[in-house]
Design a protein around this ligand. Structure first.
Ligand SMILES: *[C@@H]1O[C@H](CO)[C@@H](O)[C@H](O)[C@H]1NC(C)=O
Length: 286
């Protein structure tokens, strides 16, 4: 008699096949679902380690949204201030925002927000679609900008927050905490008015006419007195120019990299009360 063994080896039970089948379908289906989720409208983000003008290292985040045609940048200063910058290429507007931490032990509120809005010039920063394609080979590298600059801007006009969307759709989000402290300049206003922006966005600052003679806040002892306030910030690193290379194999120069810039800004603006400008203690303003 043969042992019953061989004959008795059962085939793979059909029930097991039925269990394996959905598993394969799920695995095959998953990548397709993920792919469908990454539409072109998701902003591209780049995180870079950068050296600040004072030598300290911080992390900076850069985002490009090629659909909205805008670039934004965010970094934290060593004193805790959160600085953000938005370039709106569609409206020729750039927005700087500073969230300044108050010193609670000095009776200051938790933070104070400031917004400065100025005209975005051509070629100040690379186009958003080029920015969206930037990748870095070594994310741990500390980046130091190639080109440095400093600009002084005297802000003599206030922006009405509730009308701000007429100037740039980004203003509502970026400057919400700074609704009473959004500043711009007469010369930028002139440009935007020529572009068709409604004049209801802009309001002369109350002390505009006597601003020149206002004392600097750093020299005013009385916290209730009006004065001229200064605030400085830096964009530690940003791609400001595209680099073009030449090759024998190509008929025309082609994009092969970027040049990076660091830019510092010193804003001055009038405040109705010295206490709205408590950081301005150093007579040199920084
Ligand atoms: C801002 O504009 C709105 C609408 O024009 C107006 O009602 C409001 O008074 C303005 N705000 C200030 C602070 O002037």
């Amino acid at each position: 008699m043969r042992p019953p063994g061989r004959r008795g080896v059962p085939p793979v039970p059909p029930a097991l096949l039925l269990l394996l089948l959905p598993l394969l379908v799920v695995l095959l289906g998953a990548p397709r679902g993920v792919g469908a989720g990454t539409g072109a409208s998701v902003p591209a983000e780049l995180r870079v380690r950068v050296r600040l003008p004072d030598g300290q290292v911080t992390e900076e985040s850069l985002q490009a949204d090629s659909d909205a045609d805008s670039i934004s940048l965010e970094l934290r200063k060593p004193d805790g201030t959160l600085v953000s910058f938005t370039a709106d290429f569609k409206k020729n507007v750039k927005i700087f925002r500073a969230l300044i931490l108050g010193e609670l032990e000095k009776g200051q509120s938790q933070f104070q927000a400031l917004c400065f809005v100025t005209r975005l010039q051509h070629n100040e920063i690379i186009p958003s679609e080029a920015m969206a394609k930037l990748r870095q080979k070594n994310p741990r590298a500390v980046r130091q900008a190639e080109v440095r600059g400093l600009e002084y801007l005297h802000m003599d006009i206030a922006v009405n927050f509730s009308q701000g969307g007429l100037l740039s759709p980004h203003l509502r989000n970026v400057c919400a905490e700074a609704a009473d402290a959004i500043y711009t300049r007469q010369e930028d206003v002139q440009f935007w008015l020529e572009q068709g922006v409604d004049s209801s966005v802009f309001e002369a600052l109350p002390q505009a006419s006597e601003q020149v003679s206002l004392p600097r806040c750093g020299q005013v002892g009385d916290r209730g007195k009006p004065c001229l306030c200064h605030y400085g910030l830096s964009l530690a690193w940003y791609p400001c120019m595209l680099k073009y290379c030449h090759s024998r194999d190509r008929p025309a120069p082609y994009k092969c990299g970027i040049r990076s810039c660091q830019k510092s800004y010193s804003f001055s603006f009038s405040v109705p009360q010295r206490q709205l400008c408590l950081w301005d203690e150093d007579p040199l303003g920084w």
